[in-house]
Design a protein around this ligand. Structure first.
Ligand SMILES: Nc1ncnc2c1ncn2[C@@H]1O[C@H](COP(=O)(O)OP(=O)(O)OP(=O)(O)O)[C@@H](O)[C@H]1O
Ligand SMILES: [Mg+2]
Length: 332
């Protein structure tokens, strides 16, 4: 991959303290995102996507701990930043659009004052007037009439609120933005226009994105590469999003793809993955996916698979390239 690394996650583990002990939500995950890249991250609910995003932003709540590994953004180890340096780094170098973010705008403040506050908190030399002018510019950038700056969040549609949240994320021109389910609560048409907008902003401002979603189709549409998480592990990282139909995939990814509704088929053709994912506190031995994997071999029950390269994709699976390939073609 070309360019400089923007995000480097190495061997990251994150645990939650629960009444039954430590539950591992992210388990020894490593990947890199380069300049101008969009990397998608998919996986069923509870597989650890948001936990990883919060760990990268240093926004883990009480009871959550990074238990191993490192995270670098623009070469800076984010866990070495303290106090003001961390607050400055966040939003100026890395920003996040949170899952359900459009509902976290402050309901009793105009959207203008929320944007202005963010700008002033990070740009001490900026006057209030300059911040207001920048807020107008940001509104134009996300295609909202600047007259709406005086609105309160509830006076805006869901799509507009989400655009405001995106405007705040890009306000300080960070080089890296995490978007956690940025369009999930929106209808399909608004979703599409927001995605187009995100890509347009990316082209203009030149940031990299970690794009988290349940929706494989959506992720595939906008990502250069796609990572797949299962039970806290990154079980696959594709070399490109477009090779999806052509190359062998992890059996779990195959299952995710089969579960996508297709416009051309009846509902009966959709096959979900049987069973449900394990909880973070109760992961199966060996390969965590083995109880649900139709191709599991005895070794899968006992030995954790390592990462291997299969047709250019990184896959964590005991099946050989030939086995994965024959399975891929048999399923199509
Ligand atoms: N505050 C918490 N305390 C204890 N366990 C938690 C907490 N937050 C999340 N978890 C557990 O950590 C695991 C990962 O959760 P996480 O929210 O990161 O998943 P996710 O992939 O973002 O899911 P979704 O797609 O539903 O947003 C889950 O098993 C979840 O139950
Ligand atoms: Mg989540």
């Amino acid at each position: 991959m070309n360019g400089k690394p923007v995000l480097e996650v190495e061997n990251l583990s994150v645990c939650y303290a629960t009444r039954r002990g430590l539950a591992t939500a992210v388990d020894r995950v490593s990947f890199t995102i380069y300049e101008n890249e969009v990397v998608g991250l998919v996986g069923e609910s509870g597989c650890g996507k948001s936990t990883m995003a919060n760990a990268i932003m240093r926004l883990l709540g009480d009871g959550a701990y990074v238990t191993g590994g490192s995270i670098r953004v623009m070469g800076q180890d984010v866990y070495r930043l303290k106090g003001d340096a961390l607050r400055q780094f966040r939003w100026t170098q890395m920003a996040m659009v949170f899952q359900g973010a459009m509902n976290v705008l402050n309901p009793v403040k105009t959207v203008e004052s929320q944007i202005v506050d963010t700008l002033l908190a990070h740009r001490p030399g900026m006057s209030k007037q300059q911040a207001r002018a920048r807020a107008e510019e940001l509104f134009r950038l996300v295609r909202i009439d600047p007259k709406r700056l005086q609105s309160f969040p509830h006076e805006l549609s869901g799509g507009m609120r989400q655009r405001v949240v995106i405007a705040i994320a890009v306000a300080l021109e960070p080089k890296f933005i995490i978007m956690d389910e940025p369009t999930t609560a929106l209808d399909v048409i608004v979703q599409k226009s927001i995605l187009e907008q995100i890509m347009e902003l990316r082209d203009r401002l030149g940031f990299s994105i970690l794009f988290i979603s349940h929706d494989f189709n959506l992720v595939q549409e906008i990502s250069n590469r796609v990572g797949v998480m299962y039970a806290g592990r990154l079980v696959e990282m594709s070399k490109s999003a477009s090779d999806l139909a052509l190359t062998p995939r992890h059996p779990y990814t195959q299952g995710l793809i089969r579960a996508i509704p297709k416009l051309t088929s009846d509902d009966e053709d959709i096959q979900g993955i049987p069973g449900s994912p394990p909880s973070a506190s109760n992961r199966p031995s060996g390969c965590a996916f083995h109880p649900r994997c139709p191709y599991a071999k005895p070794i899968c029950r006992t030995v954790e698979p390592g990462m291997t390269t299969v047709a250019g994709n990184l896959i964590e699976c005991h099946l050989s390239e030939d086995e994965l390939r024959s399975m891929t073609y048999a399923e199509r």
